[in-house]
Design a protein around this ligand. Structure first.
Ligand code: ZN
Ligand code: ZN
Length: 633
């Protein structure tokens, strides 16, 4: 049997095991063994996240449940977990709608999707198992069968909380059966958004088609005749999203854009754990309510005095964009890994370049006038510059509470990337392609968040800033590649340096490698290297002595002493080599037909670049670009 069919079989067997069904009495025994099966929704979600594990960091706990899914949102997740911790303990906060505010693409949907998929999986495990009344359209808690008078005693004995009443359909069955609980069967409940169990999602579509039935269910007209009355619960379809989401999670998208009666239904659900249908007395529902909205709608909502009372009924968490370049890059990588497969190679530094631009577009000007926006981005990214302390960086982050709520979104970056891919004939795009495409977007108003002239100009300025940083990276990258490709050349340079330095200090001669004749040490050559790292004429002797001492002690201890063993000398050699390289790049990129020797050298450098993730195209583009940068110097 192939591995796949084996897995399919295992899956089916597990699914069958999850199809447990039994009597109410058996269920009571299950609850006695494990009271957690009767948890309310907030507690279930809280436990699910906690059971995945918590990591303590300097900034506070981090929840493994969200690892690899959400980036840069640790403080917001902590805030959300505060909500769940209190709600799980049935504190009053559970009656509030958890409202996530943020611009598009900040992880609101990712967070919700992850909670939903998590709940689906969790309900399939022993730790996350739950049960419902068989045949109940809302798969409600079987303990609702226990009459209120008996509940305090039973709850105490089983160690559970019993909350809520039977749904209209189960109430009808309860009466019809002569209040006989033995007539009810209990089954295991498996959450599934697709099967509409335990997870509800509401997206307001066309306002013309909006009907509260989508939330709270509707009458089945074909059955009214059969049952003779509109108020017979058998003639009602408990298929609204609120009904579906009972026991689990209800997500409301674009909540603050909805008509007021829709918004009110959700508030009632959160506040009173009730679904209002107008046809029945209120229907109890136990669900975690998470709504989201964009910043613009939220600010409008807050500004309206009519909403004063509602403001206290929501628990607001703002989800900003990533302000750390490394986090932003991680988001792109995740998006690319989930997205369409494409054959285009993405050169090294493309995503970093994109991330710098996105982050710059989100930052607000620092109060400290000596700090540029680029400095701020670097500080946020963990670069130690300007001697800023952690405390100062924290202060910087608090300067503007709206920081990160505007600017380019990760989706914008992906759109630019796709556009850049379409613009090039090569099967590869590089950072310059990206910045060019971004400039086109900025100038033609294709970024929704930057539509005014002023916004556009700002973006064009940021693109120039990012390009300046990229230029520095190019020089460093090319230099490193050359030096590594010419490791042997560097070593020879180093050995020559030692030889001549030694002869100079000891007033002896060196042996000419070609003629074999003794000659004076080449002091001019020594100075060429020393000048690269700012060793003055007067300090040269001391520097040479120091190098020789280190070389001598390494030799005595049997340690190798190579060109890169002494950091300052290494830098001198790299720079000296790079001066040669500069000429090489200048000549090879400016002549249409490099000679054989030049070609070989270039080949070695490209091979080195390929080891670092470049392809033939972007390696060539990088060298061309480096050449053009060096021409200008
Ligand atoms: Zn029911
Ligand atoms: Zn490439």
């Amino acid at each position: 049997m192939s591995e796949i069919t084996e897995r399919l079989t295992q899956y089916r067997e597990q699914a069958q095991r999850l199809q447990w069904e039994g009597s109410f009495e058996e269920y009571l025994e299950i609850v006695r063994q494990n009271p957690k099966v009767a948890r309310l929704s907030h507690a279930r979600i809280y436990d699910m996240i906690m059971e995945a594990g918590v990591r303590e960091t300097d900034e506070g706990p981090e929840y493994r449940f969200f690892d690899g899914k959400l980036f840069s949102l640790a403080p917001q997740i902590r805030d959300i977990m505060e909500y769940f911790r209190a709600a799980a303990a049935r504190m009053d906060v559970r009656k509030r709608v958890l409202l996530l505010i943020g611009p598009p693409g900040t992880g609101k949907s990712t967070l919700l999707i992850h909670l939903k998929r998590g709940l689906e999986l969790y309900s399939r495990t022993d730790a996350g198992a739950l049960y419902g009344i068989k045949g109940c359209p809302m798969h409600e808690e079987p303990l609702h069968l226990i009459p209120h008078e008996l509940r305090p005693e039973v709850a105490r004995e089983l160690g559970v909380v019993i909350e809520g009443d039977l749904c209209p359909l189960c109430q009808w069955r309860w009466r019809e059966s002569g209040q006989d609980w033995t007539q009810f069967r209990v089954e295991r409940v498996i959450f599934s958004e697709r099967d509409r169990v335990g997870i509800g999602t509401f997206t307001p579509g066309d306002p013309k088609d909006l009907d509260t039935a989508l939330l709270v269910g509707s009458l089945d007209f074909s059955k009214i005749a059969e049952y003779g009355s509109e108020s017979d619960p058998r003639a009602f379809r408990f298929d609204g999203e609120f009904n579906v989401a009972n026991r689990g999670l209800m997500e409301e998208q674009e909540w603050l854009k909805q008509p007021r009666d829709f918004m009110a239904l959700l508030l009632t659900l959160a506040q009173e754990q009730n679904i209002k249908t107008g046809r029945y007395a209120l229907i109890y529902a136990d669900e975690t309510v998470i709504a989201h909205s964009n910043l613009h709608e939220y600010e409008k909502f807050i500004a309206n005095p009519e909403n004063e009372a509602m403001k206290n009924r929501v628990y607001v968490v703002q989800l900003p964009y990533a302000l750390k370049v490394d986090d932003e890059v991680a988001i792109y990588r995740k998006m690319l890994s989930e997205g369409l497969l494409h054959d285009t190679h993405i050169a090294p530094h493309v995503l970093e370049t994109a991330a710098w631009l996105s982050v710059l577009s989100r930052l607000s000007k620092p109060k400290d006038a000596s700090l540029t926006l680029l400095d701020k981005a670097k500080l946020y990214n963990g670069d130690r510059i300007k001697e800023y302390s952690d405390h100062q960086i924290q202060q910087l982050k608090r300067e503007d509470p709206r920081e990160g709520l505007t600017g380019l979104s990760p989706r914008d970056a992906m759109n630019v990337l796709t556009h850049a891919m379409g613009q090039t004939a090569r099967p590869c795009i590089n950072p310059i392609d990206y910045l060019r495409a971004a400039k086109t977007f900025a100038e033609t108003g294709r970024f929704l968040s930057h539509h005014t002239r002023e916004d556009q100009q700002k973006l064009v300025d940021y693109i120039a800033l990012v390009r300046g940083e990229y230029d520095k990276t190019v020089k460093k990258t090319v230099m490193k590649a050359f030096v590594h490709a010419f490791d042997q050349a560097a070593q020879t340079l180093f050995e020559n340096y030692l030889q001549h330095a030694e002869a100079d200090i000891q007033k002896t001669k060196v042996v000419d490698p070609i003629t074999g004749e003794p000659r004076e040490p080449d002091v001019a050559f020594l100075r060429q290297i020393e000048e690269q790292i700012g060793v003055s004429e007067g300090a040269a002797r001391a520097f040479r002595e120091e190098i020789l001492l280190k070389a001598g002690s390494a030799a005595r201890q049997g340690r190798p002493f190579r060109w890169d063993s002494h950091p300052r000398l290494q830098e001198g050699i790299e720079r000296r080599l790079f001066a040669d390289v500069r000429n090489l790049v200048r000549t090879t990129t400016s002549t249409k037909t490099p000679d054989k020797d030049q070609e070989e050298k270039l080949r070695a450098v490209k091979d080195r670049l390929k080891e670092d993730g470049y392809c033939e195209h972007c390696a060539a583009a990088l060298l061309d670009y480096a050449g053009s940068l060096l021409q200008r110097e």
